[in-house]
Design a protein around this ligand. Structure first.
Ligand code: FAD
Length: 388
C-alpha cells in the first residue's frame, strides 16, 4: 500500500490497530459487493451496526461510549473507509462528525445520554439538515424556521441533498428561530417519525450511488423545547460541525486516490500489450510517478493537520486548504488511473471510475472547491470575496 515516505512507521499501536481493523473490515465485508451497490444505488445498511460495534462513528470524541482516539487514528479510519468508497466514508462522517459531534459539543446532558451511545453503536442513524433547495453554498440564507408554540416549537421548511435522511431515526435540523431577536440559527433534534416530517429519496444520482440521499420536508412539525441544542446559536453551530467533517474528508480523499493508484499499478504490471506489460512503457510510468507524488504530498498535509488538531492549533482555514487540495488531487488522479485501465477502466469491475464519479460529490459537498478557494483568499488577503 502506497506510503512512499514511510509516514505509517511513526504510528502508535492504537493507530495501527484502527487502520488495520478498518482495512480488514472493508476488504472482507464491503469491497466484494461495493460495485454492485454502486450500480444498484444502494447502501449496505446491514453493516451500519457492525460499523458501530467496530467504533467507526466519532471515536475521537470523549465519553458516552466514545474512546477518544487520536486525530491521526480518526484520519486513518476515514482514509481506509474512503479507499473502499466515498459513500462508506460519508456514512461515518455524517453519523460521527455531523450528528454525534454537535450533540456532544452543544447538547444537553439528557440529549447526550439519550443519543450518543445509540448513534455510536449504530443502533440509531442520524442525518444533518443544513442545505436547502435555494441555499447551498450560502446556508445562512436558509428559509427553514421555528416558531414558539406553548412550551415547544413548530418547524416549517425543506432541506435537500441530505445524506441518509430516508433511513435516519433523527435529523439535526438547522433553522431560524423566529421567536428570538435577529432570528438566530438554532439546531433542533427532530425524530423522523414525528407528524409532518417527510424524507423522500433522491434517486437520479450519477455520483455517490452507494450512499442514500434524500430531502427533509417539515410541515408544521412540533418539537418540545428539550429537542433544541441548548448550547449554540448562530451559524457557528453548523459551520463547526462542517469543520469536523471536512477534516475527515481531507484524509478520506487520500484513501480514494490511493486505491486508484494501487489498481492502476497492479494493472500496469498485469496487462500486456505489444509483447509485454504496459508498465514497461515510460508514458505509463510517468503517470504512476506523478500519482504517487501527488498522493504523498496530500498525505503529508493530512498528517500535519492531524498534529495541529491534536494540539488545538487547527484553524478552519487549514482544513479548507486540505479539503480543497486533497479532493482535487483525488479527483484528478482517479481520472489518470481510469485512463491507465483502458476499456476495463469504465466498468464497476475496477474502482477508479467509481471513485471518479464519487469524487464529483466530494468536490461539491462540505463547501465546494470554489468556496474553499474564497475562504483561503479571504484568509490570505483579509478581504472577503463572497460578501455582497
Ligand atoms: P450552489 O451553491 O448553487 O453552487 C453552484 C456553483 O456555484 C458551484 O460550482 C459553486 O462553487 C458556485 N458558487 C456558489 N457561490 C459562489 C461564489 N460566491 N463565488 C464563486 N462561485 C460560487 N447538505 C447537507 O446539509 N447535509 C448533507 O448530508 C449533504 N449531503 C450531500 C450529499 C450529496 C450526494 C450531495 C451532492 C450534496 C450533499 N449536501 C448535503 C449538499 C452540499 O453541501 C451542497 O450541494 C453544496 O454545499 C453546494 O450547494 P449547491 O449544490 O446548492 O450549489
Amino acid at each position: 500500500m502506497l506510503d512512499f515516505v514511510s509516514l505509517e512507521d511513526d504510528l502508535t499501536q492504537e493507530e495501527q490497530l484502527i487502520r488495520d481493523t478498518a482495512r480488514e473490515f472493508v476488504d472482507e465485508r464491503v469491497r466484494p459487493e461495493i460495485g454492485e451497490h454502486f450500480e444498484n444505488g444502494t447502501f449496505p445498511t446491514e453493516l451500519i451496526s457492525e460499523m458501530g460495534e467496530l467504533g467507526f462513528y466519532a471515536p475521537n470524541l470523549e465519553g458516552y461510549g466514545s474512546p477518544n482516539v487520536s486525530e491521526t487514528a480518526y484520519g486513518l479510519l476515514m482514509q481506509e473507509l474512503e479507499a473502499c468508497d466515498s459513500g462508506l466514508r460519508s456514512m461515518a462522517s455524517v453519523q460521527g462528525a455531523l450528528v454525534m459531534y454537535p450533540i456532544h459539543a452543544y447538547g444537553s446532558e439528557t440529549q447526550k445520554e439519550e443519543w450518543l451511545p445509540k448513534l455510536g453503536q449504530g443502533e440509531a442513524v442520524g442525518c444533518f439538515g443544513l442545505t436547502e433547495p435555494e441555499h447551498g453554498s450560502n446556508p445562512s440564507g436558509m428559509e427553514t424556521y421555528a416558531e414558539r408554540d406553548g412550551d415547544g416549537y413548530v418547524l416549517n421548511g425543506s432541506k435537500t441533498w441530505i445524506t441518509n435522511s430516508p433511513i435516519a431515526d433523527v435529523a439535526i435540523v438547522w433553522a431560524r428561530d423566529r421567536s428570538s431577536e435577529d432570528d438566530p440559527v438554532r439546531g433542533f433534534l427532530v425524530e423522523t417519525d414525528r407528524d409532518g416530517v417527510s424524507t423522500n429519496k433522491i434517486t437520479e444520482k450519477l455520483s455517490l450511488r452507494a450512499s442514500i440521499t434524500g430531502e427533509i420536508g417539515l410541515n408544521d412539525v412540533s418539537v418540545p423545547e428539550e429537542n433544541v441544542l441548548p448550547n449554540v446559536s448562530g451559524m457557528k453551530g453548523p459551520l463547526s460541525c462542517l469543520t469536523q467533517a471536512r477534516y475527515g474528508i481531507a484524509w478520506g480523499a487520500v484513501g480514494a486516490a490511493r486505491d486508484c493508484f494501487e489498481e492502476a499499478r497492479q494493472y500496469a504490471k498485469d496487462r500486456e500489450q505489444f509483447g509485454g506489460p504496459i508498465g514497461r512503457f515510460q508514458l505509463q510510468q510517468e503517470k504512476l510517478a506523478e500519482m504517487a507524488t501527488q498522493i504523498t504530498l496530500a498525505q503529508l498535509l493530512a498528517y500535519r493537520i492531524a498534529d495541529l488538531k491534536e494540539r488545538g492549533d487547527l484553524r478552519p482555514q487549514h482544513i479548507s486548504m486540505a479539503k480543497r487540495n486533497n479532493v482535487r488531487m483525488a479527483r484528478d488522479q482517479s481520472r489518470v488511473a481510469r485512463e491507465m485501465l483502458g476499456g476495463n477502466g469504465i466498468t464497476t469491475d475496477y474502482s477508479p471510475m467509481r471513485h471518479m464519479a464519487n469524487l464529483e460529490t466530494v468536490y461539491t459537498y462540505e463547501g465546494t472547491h470554489d468556496i474553499h478557494t474564497l475562504v483561503l483568499g479571504h484568509d490570505l488577503t483579509g478581504i472577503p470575496a463572497y460578501e455582497q
